[in-house]
Write a protein that binds this ligand. Structure first.
Ligand SMILES: [Zn+2]
Length: 320
């Protein structure tokens, strides 16, 4: 596609556990190019090379004629975990082989330009707060429940990265208001016990279902079995909804967001939007609590759209 330099093009990259997505977005929020590659799991230098190849392909695809002078395009990257403000290296990624790497510097060397990096849930929250399911809301909590469980906060269009770059990271808080059914609390990859992520995630759902039913199914298979009337699968989804509700109520009691947007693979379960708000209310410290829980307008593409928007946040508005 041929475009002109006036279109304010920027590149977004979403580094996921299984794939790396790339888009080029124009100034109106339209996607003018898309690319993707499988994530070279466990191969850090392979990930850097894959991102560089996606950026190169994207620029080759959209920059021609007059637009060519505009290269290099700004690049924003959504990633698991975050960059520690103390060490400058990756922390908290559930793709644990990323942890400790000097990801920002290595990307800037490979791409020959400054890059902006943010947690993938922060990118989801930014995307949905800008022109998605939470457009117009002043306070937004974006949640990713997929392989893991992450969260990001946006206030007045700004990402609240936080003093330790863990703003909104609720997945490694313990599951609140535990019951007998939740015990024994599982060990988490992070070294703690009973983290929300061990319950409220694709892997958490699979573990819970297997322990309760003696059957091993993937998250998608559990959802399909529930639709077909499988009692064990429906019970597992009810437990998931109740645990998600307790976790979200905890966040509401601290941050009290106007809108909560779910992302990640489990956000496609319609069941959650039907039952979670009612399950949250008894735990919220308010009379007649208002809960606005929404699916992502842009579905799985929300994270990569938010990554493309990281350079839209100018100067002081960019709170790491
Ligand atoms: Zn944990």
């Amino acid at each position: 596609m041929s475009v002109t330099a006036s279109q304010n093009l920027r590149i977004g990259i979403d580094l996921g556990g299984t794939k790396i997505a790339c888009v080029v977005m124009d100034g109106q929020g339209a996607i003018v190019h898309e690319g993707r590659r499988a994530t070279p799991k466990g191969d850090y230098h392979g990930v850097i090379a894959a991102i560089a190849a996606l950026v190169h392909e994207a620029e080759h695809a959209v920059l021609s004629g007059a637009g060519k002078a505009e290269a290099p395009l700004p690049v924003g990257i959504g990633m698991p975990g975050s960059i520690s403000p103390v060490t400058g290296r990756v922390q908290n990624a559930n793709s644990t082989w990323l942890n400790g790497q000097d990801f920002g510097r290595d990307l800037e060397t490979a791409l020959k330009r400054p890059v902006r990096l943010a947690n993938d849930a922060n990118c989801l929250a930014l995307s949905e707060a800008t022109d998605g399911a939470a457009a117009g809301a002043r306070t937004v909590f974006g949640v990713i429940i997929g392989t893991g469980c992450g969260g990001g906060l946006v206030v007045d269009g700004r990402i609240i990265g936080g003093h330790n770059r863990i703003g909104g990271e609720w997945g490694h808080n313990p599951l609140p208001w535990m019951t007998e059914e939740d015990l024994p609390a599982p060990r988490c990859w992070c070294g703690r016990t009973g983290c929300l992520e061990t319950y409220v995630s694709g892997s958490g759902l699979e573990r819970d279902f297997a322990e309760a039913s003696g059957r091993r199914l993937t998250g998608e298979e559990i959802a399909a079995a529930a639709r077909a009337g499988d009692k064990d699968a429906n019970a597992a989804l009810e437990r998931l909804a109740d645990r998600l509700a307790r976790g979200l109520a905890h966040v509401v009691n601290i941050f009290d967001p106007e809108v909560i947007v779910l992302g990640g693979g489990l956000s496609a379960l319609p069941h959650l939007y039907e039952t979670v708000p009612a399950r949250m209310r008894p735990h919220i410290f308010a009379d007649e609590p208002r809960v606005n829980l929404k699916p992502p307008r842009f579905g799985p593409a929300s994270g990569v759209r938010g990554a493309a928007r990281l350079w839209d946040i100018a100067g002081d508005d960019w709170i790491f």
